[in-house]
Design a protein around this ligand. Structure first.
Ligand code: ADP
Ligand code: MG
Length: 488
């Protein structure tokens, strides 16, 4: 079955297939703006970070920030994309109160980064590839403040001129889960690279979501673009709603109008904002204040060799070298901090056992605590110490959960908790045999039944023996010894 057919069957959209392409605006992690030296940090007093260039005073000239270019190239390389050594800055003309220049400096026909790809890690452990069309550099606009006064609007130009990367995908996604997985994976890659903090609440990553529907295999339908959605959950909700709306329009005999829409997160609906403008409405032309951007191949190569290990490579290594399932590996690499924590725990230990402990017990306790990883009591050495006690049979996996809970509560290390609570597992066969003898003596009738063929009673004897040992007997040893003794 092709991916298209599968999605068609899985989707709750009847005979329709959803097609999604995304344009993500990612704010570049940089101290200064794209064409001025003003600070780009978040949260300053309104208009505290505005240079004359950002305010578009007549005669001011933009000067490209080389670090921002480097960040865009780094991101392109992280997306396995073509880096264009020659690219051009264009003016995209439009009027907006918070755009004092009357145009945005962007890149149009010749962007700095061309085609690349991104691998989606789906919740069922499978993967899917989405094409990246391009990545270009552009400046952000300011912000209109409508809630500061009952009868006036104010303008805050702090964001004016801040460097953005617009990352455009091919229309390769087929449902809201894939769109959610795309945003998460893109955010993970940007964070690994250190090129954008990926913080959607603060607006450093915003998604424009293009949605259309079609009969599977047919030509692409007319799309609507949902602007500036600022969380993964909202992107997914907006797609579900919008696809349903378009299907209803078509099935009602109408036609979908190409338009720009907004998502109302309170009501969970999309609403028409304006009919979609075409590129020619912007009167793009090369910005005469800026020379084309010419990059040196050696400089790009240096950035390439300095890239960190990226999530896909890390995931592959966790699967190949540490024996993890694709699902576990994807969970662990989603945040670099989690991957580093896991690797510190797994060093010199069983990879799979460590992954289970990190994903289930550690993440569970961490979430419950509401703390950050750096502030949580369980450090890699502590969890590793506990896993060592499981591996050398000092405690059973089941008892280890109790030990872990006490470690979280008291901050003590595993060995201390085990000693203080007398939780050491009994592996001494003599001691276990003594317990089995007691259990058999107290249940002579059941021993007789077992011996006359009632095999099912074996579980009863295991339970009784474990109970009599206070849960401390080694389960494998109990099994072996019980088999021998019950056989008579
Ligand atoms: P614009 O910049 O005007 O929005 P583009 O042609 O660059 O236009 O496309 C922007 C986004 O729309 C891309 O992510 C692309 O994948 C997506 N897209 C294009 N056609 C469709 C379609 N029919 N359905 C869904 N998404 C689409
Ligand atoms: Mg668009």
């Amino acid at each position: 079955m092709s991916a298209d057919e599968k999605n068609y069957i899985q989707g709750a959209t009847g005979a329709w297939e959803i097609v999604i392409g995304m344009e993500v605006h990612a704010q570049i992690s940089s101290k200064a703006k794209l064409f001025s030296g003003a600070s780009a940090t978040f949260g300053a007093e309104p208009n505290a970070q505005v240079s004359l260039v950002d305010a578009a005073m007549p005669g001011m000239l933009p000067v490209i920030n080389a670090y921002c270019v480097e960040q865009a190239v780094r991101t392109g390389l992280g997306l396995k994309a073509q880096i264009n050594l020659f690219s051009v800055f264009d003016r995209k003309n439009y009027f907006f109160p918070d755009l004092p220049q009357g145009y945005q400096i962007s890149q149009y026909k010749q962007p700095v980064v061309g085609e690349g790809k991104l691998i989606l890690d789906m919740p069922d452990g499978s993967s899917r590839e989405v094409g990246i069309t391009r990545l270009h550099l552009e400046q952000d606009a300011g912000k209109s403040l409508h809630d500061q006064s009952p009868n006036q609007s104010y303008i805050d130009l702090n964001r004016s001129g801040v460097a953005l990367m617009e990352i455009v995908s091919e229309p390769d996604m087929r449902n809201s889960e894939e769109a959610g997985a795309y945003l998460k994976k893109l955010r993970t890659i940007l964070r690994y690279l250190g090129t954008c903090d990926g913080n959607m609440e603060e607006g450093s990553m915003r998604a424009d979501v293009n949605v259309s529907v079609r009969k599977p295999g047919g030509p692409l339908g007319t799309r609507c673009e949902i602007k500036n959605v600022n969380s993964v959950r909202f992107v997914m909700q907006a797609i579900e709603y919008e696809a349903r709306r378009q299907i209803d329009v078509i099935e009602g005999g109408g036609q979908v109008a190409q338009e720009t829409r907004l998502f109302d997160s309170g009501k969970g609906v999309t609403r028409a904002m304006r009919s979609k403008e075409d590129a020619h409405d912007y009167r793009y032309f090369p910005d005469p204040d800026l020379l084309p951007l010419e990059l040196d191949a050696g400089w790009v190569e240096n950035i390439k060799t300095s890239l960190p290990e990226l999530p896909d490579e890390k995931k592959a290594r966790f699967i190949d070298k540490l024996g993890l399932s694709p699902y576990d590996a994807a969970v662990l690499v989603a945040e670099k901090e989690s991957a580093d924590f896991y690797e510190a725990v797994a060093k010199g230990r069983d990879g799979k056992l460590c992954a289970n402990w990190v994903i289930t017990e550690y993440f569970g306790a961490l979430n419950k605590s509401g703390k950050s990883m750096a502030d949580f009591v369980i450090m890699p050495e502590k969890l590793g110490g506990l896993i060592d006690l499981i591996a050398d049979n000092t405690i059973s996996n089941r008892l280890a959960k109790d030990v872990f809970a006490l470690m979280v509560e008291t901050g003590k290390d595993a060995a201390t908790v085990v000693d203080e609570k007398g939780m050491r597992q009994v592996t001494d066969t003599g001691a276990i045999e003594a317990v089995i003898d007691q259990v058999m003596a107290a249940n002579a009738d059941k021993v007789a039944e077992y011996r006359s063929g009632k095999d099912k009673l074996f579980g009863f004897f295991v339970g009784q023996t474990m109970k009599a040992s206070g849960g401390k007997a080694n389960p494998a040893a109990v099994n072996d010894l019980l088999k021998k003794k019950l056989a008579g």
